[in-house]
Design a protein around this ligand. Structure first.
Ligand code: G6P
Length: 610
């Protein structure tokens, strides 16, 4: 996830680009850059760091231009650095890109053989070189770009400028957002509306396969695939600038919850072959024969990431049949862990900077474990120090309470378990294809799961003024009960506990009376009957029950009228689907209690101290 901006008009483009990038910084903030046309030459200024660092860099130059494109980066290929920052350039062609080009490696090798020289580690640079290749054969910028696009697999929103056609910006979109702003004699392109809302409220939302050709005289939109002009109308944006920054959502947390179908798609994209039933291991820096040797797995993390680790244990032990131990990072580092030979440690961390997690990771390596990190921030300390990396591509998470990072961590663990199961021979081709096929359907199921929003809001209204809350789950959904309780505690300040439902009789049942709401996770699996009995126990003591179950399961109906139905999936993926109503419930209870959802008291997004 990155942010792109472009401007053509009568004003000085430089401050317009910088303002737009600042409004888009929530989409990425590890490096930034702009390019512009001055004295008929393309200029590029880039740096690692935030937009304010870019501002400092260009301040003294007092640059002026009436056309330019800019980018704020969230690294996916190549660490955050000046060379990897956008815009990328090949001769007179400059490109800014948001998305992932899956086949960039093959394309780059092919272009190198034709004499193209690459200066970055990014997937984006192949786009400039492909466009350059066609423009050198006499194509106009739009034709050269159209030809270049035919080679690209993956997702992209791109902005292009060409030194030889000084009054033109191209914008193309496939699976990554892109909007065109229409002002009075001036035009904008951006990943998101807030980037230009200060200047105009009129916008065209580009659809997949559409290319906008923007000159000083206006905008023409082409459908690249059908090769025809699209008669596109501008719409009027009614959002306030503050709303727009959050994509129309009231808080980043809600926006991030609703981004999950996209985040999961990005995390799985290009990572496996359904036909071969195989997960791409390149990125982990592990070969299948190395994977085969592991006979013990440790999973270590903090906070919500620790809940992902707990789910990972159920996935790996069930799918791969090798023992797993799960530790809270601050406990692991001080408990003198016993690390046997052929041991893998999986570190899970959204930020890659959590102090206790890093210390545990270092300790495990010192003791001889091989360390793989599941991490969301490219180039973070955890990623730099690990032997192997599995990047989740959820994009920057701004809300302190983790949501989309959590479900993409679970997605990564699922893929990794399948890779391990193949290496160990515990799942045959047909079974692996079945597992991967279910994963392919996951983004759509998550989309459907989000339909529970209104039902959850009603339940939040019913329960938001309670003092305590109990969450019950079993098996692979027990960690989701813990996660539901943690979210409620951290953002609404209601005391909440997550419990394995079978343990209720050993203590928490004493707390049940008619003031105690109890949320039970009741998937249609082997322990459904058990959880139904636990629900009866709550009901007979006057507790107020909410059930989260799967569509078609009528067995919970007699226990409570408060039921949230979720789409069904396989055993291993249920935690992803079931965490959605729990995150939404915590969110709405917190909003009704007038809490600061995105920045809860006493908490920090990244805990870099012990
Ligand atoms: C903090 C955050 C949590 C997060 C935890 C671990 O407590 O508020 O949302 O789960 O740190 O962070 P990490 O970046 O290592 O996943």
């Amino acid at each position: 996830m990155c942010g792109i901006i472009g401007y053509i008009g009568k004003r000085n483009a430089i401050p317009v680009l910088i303002h737009g990038l600042k409004r888009l910084e929530y989409r990425g903030y590890d490096s930034a850059g702009i390019s512009f046309l001055k004295d008929s030459k393309i200029g590029v200024r880039r740096c690692s760091g935030k937009i304010k660092d870019l501002e400092t860099l260009i301040k003294k130059e007092k640059l002026k231009s009436t056309i330019g494109i800019g980018h704020t980066r969230w690294a996916t290929h190549g660490r955050p650095s000046e060379e990897n920052a956008h815009p990328h350039r090949a001769d007179g062609i400059v490109v800014v890109h948001n998305g992932i080009i899956e086949n960039y490696f093959e394309l780059r090798e092919g272009l190198k053989k034709r004499g193209h020289v690459f200066t970055s580690e990014t997937d984006t640079e192949v786009i400039c070189h492909l466009i350059l290749r066609y423009s050198k054969s006499g194509y106009s910028l739009e034709d050269a770009t159209r030809e270049a696009l035919k080679h690209l697999e993956g997702a992209y929103a791109i902005g292009v400028m060409n030194e030889a056609e000084p009054d033109k910006i191209l914008a193309v979109k496939k699976d990554s957002p892109l909007v065109v702003g229409i002002g009075d004699g001036e035009f904008f392109i951006a990943s998101d509306i807030p980037a230009f809302l200060k200047y105009t409220r009129d916008a065209m939302i580009l659809e997949n396969g559409e290319m906008a050709i923007i000159t000083r005289n206006g905008v023409t939109v082409h459908d690249v695939r059908k090769n025809e002009t699209v008669n596109k109308k501008a719409i009027q944006i009614t959002w306030s600038p503050a709303m727009a920054e959050k994509g129309g959502f009231r808080h980043f947390m809600l926006k991030e919850i609703f981004e999950q179908p996209r985040a999961i798609s990005d995390t799985i994209r290009g990572r496996f072959s359904l036909e071969k039933g195989e997960v791409n291991l390149k990125e982990f820096s592990l070969t299948e024969s190395q994977l085969k040797k592991f006979n013990k797995v440790f999973l270590v993390a903090c906070g919500t990431s620790w809940h992902a680790a707990l789910v990972g244990k159920y996935m790996i032990e069930d799918m791969v049949r090798i023992p797993c131990e799960v530790d809270i990072a601050s406990e692991f580092r001080y408990r003198k862990p016993i690390i046997p030979e052929h041991c893998l440690m999986i570190v899970i961390t959204q930020s890659g900077e959590t102090a206790d997690t890093l210390a545990a990771q270092r300790e495990a390596r010192r003791l001889g474990a091989r360390v793989m990190t599941i991490c969301n921030v490219v180039g973070s300390t955890s990623a730099r120090e690990a032997d192997g990396i599995f990047y989740t591509h959820s994009g920057p998470e701004i809300g302190v309470a983790s949501t989309k990072a959590f479900t993409t961590q679970l997605t990564a663990l699922y893929l990794f378990s399948i890779a391990l199961a193949k290496a160990k021979g515990t799942r045959n081709l047909k079974e692996r294809q079945g597992l991967l096929n279910e994963l392919l359907q996951l983004p759509e199921k998550v989309e459907k799961a989000l339909y529970c929003h209104d039902a959850v809001k009603r339940m939040a209204k019913k329960y938001y003024d309670v003092r305590d809350f109990l969450y019950l789950g079993r098996g692979i959904n027990y960690p989701i009960a813990l996660e539901g309780a943690l979210k409620l505690k951290e953002i609404s300040y209601i005391h909440a506990e997550g419990y394995p439902a079978g343990e209720m009789k050993h203590g928490p049942i004493a707390l049940i009376d008619n003031n105690m709401p109890v949320l039970a996770l009741a998937p249609d699996d082997t322990v459904l009957e058990k959880i139904l009995s636990n629900m009866e126990e709550v009901k007979s003591r006057g507790g107020k029950l909410i059930a989260v179950t799967v569509e078609g399961n009528t067995k919970v109906n007699s226990r409570t009228p408060d039921i949230i139905f979720m789409p069904g999936t396989n055993y291993y993926l249920t935690p992803i689907i079931f965490s959605i109503p729990l995150h939404l419930l915590a969110y709405h209870m917190a909003v009704l209690r007038k809490c600061n959802v995105d920045q809860p008291r006493n908490l920090a997004k990244s805990v870099t101290v012990e």
